[in-house]
Design a protein. Structure first.
Length: 202
């Protein structure tokens, strides 16, 4: 079940925060030690479908679009380690939190991929569908291959398909809104995961 962030006003004065919060990022080994000691808590800023598919044990889901200092317990004397897939979204989240005065936020360098590469365990739900953005990539790849083959052997008019896909990807990259991701997110096999409204997968 997805952990929930609650601003309950509880103070954990017995557990001092990490002393290295001046740095904006933290490596997997240091993060693991901080989590084990209780000096830190882990916040996952990926989309719900990514989180359900694979996550670090004990992490709390808070998608990047919802990241705000007000969403964190104000009196918890811990460092907030923020993670995503590769570290880009978590770095964005940390910059946002620090601009709001939350200097205890640090990014997990390299994200969950670096965490796994360092030999630390993750929780995988094999019953969960493929993350929506991987479904988007797979769909676009298949459409490109089929349309190019049809253009070569049937009619050059099928080259319109890659042009449309390229336009859609350009728009998604410029705006962060991905119509194909929204469409796939609404499919029956993804409904329990929640639709993904953007094209970020880092």
């Amino acid at each position: 079940m997805t952990n929930q962030l609650k601003s309950d006003g509880a103070t954990n004065a017995a557990v001092p925060p990490m002393q290295s919060t001046i740095a904006a990022s933290i490596g997997p080994a240091e993060a693991a030690e901080a989590l084990r000691s209780g000096r830190a808590r882990l916040v996952d800023v990926r989309e719900r479908d990514e989180y359900q598919h694979e996550r670090i044990d004990g992490s709390t889901l808070l998608p990047l679009a919802n990241v705000d200092r007000a969403a964190l317990p104000k009196d918890a004397a811990v460092t907030w380690i923020v993670n995503c897939r590769s570290g880009r979204r978590s770095a964005d989240a940390v910059r946002r939190l620090r601009s709001q005065g939350e200097l205890r936020a640090v990014s997990l360098a390299g994200g969950i991929e670096a965490w796994k590469a360092a030999g630390f365990a993750v929780i995988r739900d094999t019953s969960a569908p493929m993350p929506v953005m991987r479904q988007v990539q797979l769909t676009i790849g298949v459409l490109l291959l089929v349309s190019v083959a049809l253009a070569a052997f049937v009619s050059p008019w099928f080259l319109v398909v890659p042009a449309v896909l390229g336009t859609g990807l350009t728009f998604a990259g410029a705006t962060g809104w991905c119509g194909l991701a929204m469409l796939l997110g609404a499919m029956p096999w993804n409904r329990d995961m929640g639709a993904c409204s953007n094209c970020s997968s880092s």
